[in-house]
Design a protein around this ligand. Structure first.
Ligand SMILES: Cc1ncc(COP(=O)(O)O)c(C=O)c1O
Length: 386
């Protein structure tokens, strides 16, 4: 069978298979590659799911718009966390996880030959959605010397004029960089000038350390006319498997997204929407405790890497450490060496684009003992290699 080129497999799907083979041969693999939270959601969220699942009328198809209670709960969260007012009837579209919305938005809005501005390195679905829609990509490098923010002034006017969408993501996966409101003002101005839809992926805004407050792009006055923002309970509330996210902002873009969703899915499982409401408007105090756990893990990774001679930025947000390699080692070589010899799995920066070469991403989603052991194994293998 001849497969079209765009059907390249997802890196993590292939990695899962390789790791399954190593495990069945008896290897104890420590996975610090993927960003799937290891801790459970708070008990009141699980209780809401259980209550809903025990109810006999919970089991049918649901509206593609989501329940009004769910849209209102997302609106309450945006008001509380970002001081952003949203109209639950037209500014809020629940999603089966934000990845679904990111991908479907591209299919909904892009025609073959359209141009999309994508960050590199970046979350793969921005580029993959555009490619599936037949659109062209214009890559904006995220460089350490610019604090991993795109330099919008380097985008040629012709590309800006042709572009339909600009993707941004802060706190950033994989670089962990954060963006200020000043940067968002610049991005909104740029998109307004060239009539581009600004799509901001805010997946990690509630995974922050110390005093870091990660803003929403919708805090910029007037942004709602030019921008949509994706958010998710996957990372903020440890609910990655539940598939509960949202797109908020520019009403016509949301309507186009809803239209494609009516063809592609059949709504949430009702108890998941009820549990999502509990997550969004119930007790939030546990989030600070959870972030403190990630912070301890981060500090273990940061200090072990420093001891090994790596120099990298200390993340203020996200589930990751983004580490530059030394001596011209390629990311793929480094990761393969550690997987096969130390049984520690990291994500090579190249998964996120060409500008990720020379970096690896280390996830903080294992208990601190396992992370400590992983760093010890890495240290031992690198000492042998040197
Ligand atoms: C930047 C970013 N956006 C979106 C997602 C997808 O999240 P969800 O589980 O809501 O689909 C991820 C998941 O890793 C991510 O890193």
């Amino acid at each position: 069978m001849k497969l079209p080129k765009k059907l390249n497999p997802n890196f993590f799907a292939t990695l899962n298979e390789k790791i399954a083979d190593l495990k069945s041969a008896g290897a104890d693999i420590i996975r610090l590659d993927i960003g799937s939270p290891d801790l459970p959601p708070a008990p009141h969220i699980v209780e809401a799911l259980n209550r809903g699942a025990s109810c006999s009328i919970s089991h049918g198809y649901q509206s593609h718009r989501g329940t009004s209670a769910l849209r209102e709960a997302w609106g309450e969260m945006y008001q509380r966390v970002f001081d952003v007012s949203l109209n639950p009837d037209k500014d809020i579209q629940p999603l089966l996880g934000s990845k679904e919305g990111v991908f479907h938005l591209s299919l909904a809005l892009l025609d073959p030959g359209d141009l999309v501005l994508v960050p590199d390195p970046g979350y793969q679905t921005y580029a993959q959605g555009a490619l599936f829609a037949g659109a062209d990509l214009f890559t904006i490098p995220l460089l350490p010397e610019n604090d991993f923010l795109p330099d919008l002034s380097t985008i040629p006017v012709q590309a800006a004029q042709r572009a339909k969408i600009l993707w941004l993501n802060y706190p950033n996966n994989p670089t962990t960089a954060t963006a200020s409101l000043d940067f968002f003002v610049e991005a909104v101005d740029f998109c307004r000038q060239f009539n581009i839809l600004l799509c901001h992926d805010a997946a990690y805004t509630q995974v922050t350390f110390n005093d870091c407050r990660a803003p929403s792009v919708l805090q910029i006055p007037g942004a709602k006319e030019i921008a949509i923002e994706f958010n998710t309970l996957s990372k903020s509330h440890n609910m990655a498997g539940w598939r509960s996210g949202v797109a908020v902002g520019q009403a016509e873009a949301l309507a186009a997204l809803l239209n494609i969703k009516t063809h592609a899915d059949s709504g949430h499982f009702l108890p998941i929407t009820e549990a999502s409401v509990a997550a969004l408007i119930g007790d939030q105090s546990w989030l600070a405790e959870r972030n403190a756990i990630y912070q301890v893990r981060r500090d273990v990774v940061v200090s072990a890497l420093r001891d090994m001679g790596f120099s990298h930025q200390v993340p203020e947000a996200s589930l990751y450490v983004w580490c530059p390699l030394q001596d011209g080692t390629t990311a793929d070589q480094f990761v393969l060496h550690l997987l096969e010899n130390a049984h520690v799995s990291l994500a090579p920066g190249t998964v996120f684009g060409g500008y990720g070469e020379g970096f690896v991403r280390i996830s903080l989603v294992q208990p601190v003992e396992r992370i400590t052991e992983a760093m010890e194994r890495i240290r031992n293998k690198l000492q042998v290699a040197r």
